[in-house]
Design a binder for this molecule. Structure first.
Ligand SMILES: [Mg+2]
Length: 180
């Protein structure tokens, strides 16, 4: 049997990505305060994908400023204790893996086997593996592939399959109950 693997997202999973993203959108485009009720909510305000990803890249460039969510450290320790190989996978610029790894290490978020940054984390998906990710299309793909999918409850991931929970502590409880 192959090693159990966890594909672990970063933005909105290990830290609060949306607060600095909203701030940056406001600074760049005078974007109003509004809840992100869908994955492409910014389009309602007329922001193009190019403009949006400029703000996303700017937020990622400041990665060292952000604190992980409460429970992030214990999530890594729990995954390790239960024998998971952890692939940290984030949809961001391919050239940003080193900065992301530096952030993980600075916050003691380890052990992990790989850090992937790029547009296609799905290349690592395997049936039966664990996926922790808040993005709707990623959740759906993981479920379709027969992965065990658990994610933090956000306004943009309502009414989806998988296990939707409020905090990382609940993710940890779910993993312990399922694999412990
Ligand atoms: Mg995410």
């Amino acid at each position: 049997m192959s090693q159990k693997r966890c594909i672990l997202d970063v933005d909105g999973t290990l830290f609060d990505f949306h607060t600095p993203l909203h701030q940056r959108l406001h600074e760049l485009y005078d974007f109003p305060e509004m809840e992100a009720t869908s994955w492409d909510w910014y389009k309602v305000w007329g922001i193009t994908d190019k403009q949006f990803y400029k703000a996303v890249d700017d937020v990622h460039a400041q990665q060292m400023q952000y604190s992980p969510f409460s429970g992030a450290l214990d999530l890594f320790l729990t995954l390790d204790r239960l024998g998971f190989e952890v692939f940290v996978a984030s949809h961001r610029k391919p050239q940003s893996a080193d900065l992301l790894a530096t952030w993980l290490n600075a916050n003691y978020l380890e052990p992990y086997s790989a850090v992937y940054t790029g547009p296609s984390k799905k290349q690592f998906f395997r049936t039966g593996d664990l996926l922790i990710d808040d993005a709707p299309h990623t959740i759906e793909l993981g479920c379709d592939m027969g992965m065990d999918v658990v994610y933090l409850k956000c306004p943009w991931n309502k009414d989806l399959p998988g296990e939707r929970v409020a905090e990382l502590w609940h993710v940890i409880e779910y993993i312990k109950e399922t694999y412990g």
